[in-house]
Design a binder for this molecule. Structure first.
Ligand code: ADP
Ligand code: MG
Length: 246
């Protein structure tokens, strides 16, 4: 293991009722890397992300995070390690009965036992970072999709994660709202956050990611630097995919 590897995924398989959805995937992520995970619908991208943070346990294989094999951790240790992985979903999943501010500060208070005062301070900082401190006291129902997703990002960051996992964070947004979310993600990348991003935004993959992992049919078929991947995809499957999306 390279000493800057923050995640090491070894021979992951995931099976649902005799359907092998992930077929022996191995890959490493180094600290500060931004990985764009792309590929056709049904390739297994969401399943793969969920296996990385054990939202869905792999059928076999290992996921090393902070040097620990998550597949072998006891519940308590796993819960602790998972707090260091932020996850952002397509549909925001904000708590609708809480204000924006409460959404951002609840986990640090409940899970990390941070004081209310400190959590409030951090929450305001993060809301400022995503351009939404003026919405601190409103409820999620009054936000646009782009705003809700930025709050979801702030909420994930409030736990001070070491890695952020994004599963199609802009797919549910109106086209004019996509840019504001990508811009927050780009800022985060520039600040050195380690990120795995499932996305169909090829410009983001090209310009912000420093590695592309192309998935098809339960495997990572091709890995490479963005320029190399987009200019000279090596496999027929990547070429076919790119000819359809670009
Ligand atoms: P992607 O995110 O690339 O579109 P998914 O990871 O969502 O792909 O799905 C990959 C395959 O795994 C699909 O065939 C899907 O039907 C199957 N799958 C995903 N989750 C489940 C589940 N909970 N139970 C059964 N099959 C699943
Ligand atoms: Mg998916």
């Amino acid at each position: 293991m390279n000493n800057t590897d923050i995640l090491k995924i070894e021979h992951i398989k995931k099976e649902f009722k005799n359907n092998l959805v992930l077929k022996d995937i191995s890959a490493n992520v180094q600290s500060g890397q931004v990985i764009a995970l792309i590929g056709p619908s049904g390739a297994g991208k969401s399943t793969f992300l969920r296996c990385i943070n054990m939202l869905g346990k792999p059928t076999s294989g290992s996921v090393y995070f902070d040097g620990k094999d998550l597949t072998k951790c006891k519940d308590k240790e796993l819960d602790k390690l998972r707090t260091k992985m932020g996850m952002v979903f397509q549909n925001f999943n904000l708590f609708n009965n809480m204000t924006v501010l409460e959404n951002v500060k609840v986990a640090p208070i409940k899970v990390k036992k941070v004081s209310d005062q400190k959590a409030t301070e951090i929450a305001h900082q993060l809301l400022t970072q995503v351009g939404l401190d003026n919405k601190a006291d409103v409820y999620p129902s009054s936000l646009s999709g782009g705003q809700a997703q930025r709050v979801a990002i702030a909420r994930a960051l409030a736990m001070q994660p070491e890695v952020m996992l994004f599963d199609e964070p802009t797919s549910a947004l109106d086209p004019e709202k996509v840019g504001e979310v990508l811009s927050v993600m780009q800022d985060l990348a520039q600040q050195g956050m380690t990120m795995l991003v499932v996305t169909h935004e090829m410009d983001f993959a090209k310009n912000v990611a420093n590695q592309i992992w192309f998935m098809d049919d339960g495997q990572i078929v091709e890995k490479g630097a963005p320029k190399e991947f987009f200019d000279h995809p090596k496999t027929q499957r990547a070429q076919d995919f790119l000819s359809k999306v670009i």
